[in-house]
Design a protein around this ligand. Structure first.
Ligand code: PMP
Length: 354
């Protein structure tokens, strides 16, 4: 730490992203990326003209991709904001709506970035425990007096709540902000976007990183009523007006228009997920009822960290969390059918000592 760092940041405990090894090729099942490439129509949009256009700044209003997202969801462009990944959108939300007086409660097990964003803007970590079965405590969220954020499906567990339950939480008080992070919604949960028409206290956040195969392009967005989006844009324009680069804007617009590519790939992932779930259960694993593109699983035969290390040594990268509530588990991203066959074969070998 340098002597120049301000006091407020001296105790930051930064988010630790999943490993992104650049040295060796792993079967990479640790950060919930798609095993499939982006839409060929999106790839084709990055032609020589697009690259030559890089001499110009990007559109600060991101009109092309915002319009494509608005059209996809049947909302107005003024109800959409896009960001450099949904992480940036979440950062804007924390910056706009959280301070010592305005707390934001999140589930005790969820996306690890929420408390980090909170610390960055000076709000204490404020969690609502999950139920014993690892599902979200809907009643506690309904009754929480403060602003709330949760992922649906939830991060790390993959367990979703119904749209009716989301609406119960949102409708409980119009004086409270509800942020629903739908990073994994396309793999089997119901989106709450339609509720943004009815409720002025709801923000829905989504990403192009998972179901649209664009993690490396960094594109996320939020949909909410105009006033909330205007607040988020005020933060964005006070931070980085050109937050989405020209190539990403083109990629994103084409990717969201290519519904066929999106549907084919997400269906493949859903089918593969159910194959892996069955195979893991057959090997004696407990597997949480995830509807996301990952499975959280644990075995009495081997601890979470030991399994993670053994798989890594065999070239398969999964995610292990040291958090006491998760340490027995590994989180496995659903990859291609071929990758999953190797995963299952290696787990069998590890368990049987082969
Ligand atoms: N929300 C959740 C629940 C996530 O798991 C992630 C990615 N790990 C994000 C948001 C951020 O995704 P991105 O910045 O790639 O859009």
């Amino acid at each position: 730490m340098s002597k120049f760092l301000i006091d407020r940041y001296s105790s930051l405990d930064p988010y630790v992203p999943g490993e992104q090894p650049q040295d060796r090729r792993y079967i990479k099942l640790n950060t919930n990326e798609s095993p499939y490439p982006p839409s060929p129509k999106a790839v084709a949009a990055i032609d020589e003209d697009a690259v030559r256009g890089l001499r110009l700044y990007s559109d600060p209003e991101c009109r092309v991709v915002s319009e494509a997202i608005a059209e996809y969801y049947g909302v107005k462009r003024s109800e959409v904001i896009v960001g450099n990944g949904s992480d940036e959108i979440l950062a804007f939300i924390y910056a706009a709506f959280c301070d010592g007086k305005h707390k934001l409660a999140s589930p005790s097990i969820s996306y690890g970035f929420y408390p980090v964003f909170g610390a960055l803007v000076g709000v204490e970590n404020y969690v609502i425990p999950l139920k014993n079965d690892y599902s979200l405590d809907v009643e506690a969220f309904v009754n929480c007096p403060d602003n709330v954020i949760f992922a649906n499906p939830n991060a790390q567990t993959g367990i979703a709540i119904t749209l009716e339950d989301v609406e119960r939480i949102v409708s409980a008080s119009s004086d409270r902000l509800v942020v629903v992070d739908e990073a994994y919604v396309d793999f089997g949960a119901e989106s709450a976007v339609e509720l943004t028409r009815k409720y002025a206290n709801l923000i829905v956040v989504q990403t192009f990183s998972k179901s649209r195969s664009l993690a490396g392009a960094r594109l996320g967005f939020a949909i909410a009523n105009e006033a909330l989006i205007a607040d988020l844009k005020a933060v964005k324009f006070s931070f980085n007006p050109y937050n989405v680069n020209r190539l990403t804007e083109k990629l994103g617009a084409e990717a969201i228009r290519d519904k066929e590519w999106f549907n084919v790939n997400r269906r493949k992932i859903i089918v593969t997920r159910e194959y892996v779930r069955a195979a893991l259960k057959e090997l004696g694993f407990e597997v949480l009822p995830s509807v996301a593109n990952f499975l959280l699983a644990r075995s009495d035969e081997i601890g979470g960290e030991a399994l993670y290390l053994a798989l890594k040594a065999r070239g398969v990268l999964v995610r292990h969390f040291s958090d006491p509530a998760l340490k027995d588990f590994v989180r496995i991203t659903v990859g291609s059918g071929y990758e999953m066959e190797i995963l299952i074969k290696e787990i069998k070998n590890i368990i049987t000592g082969a």
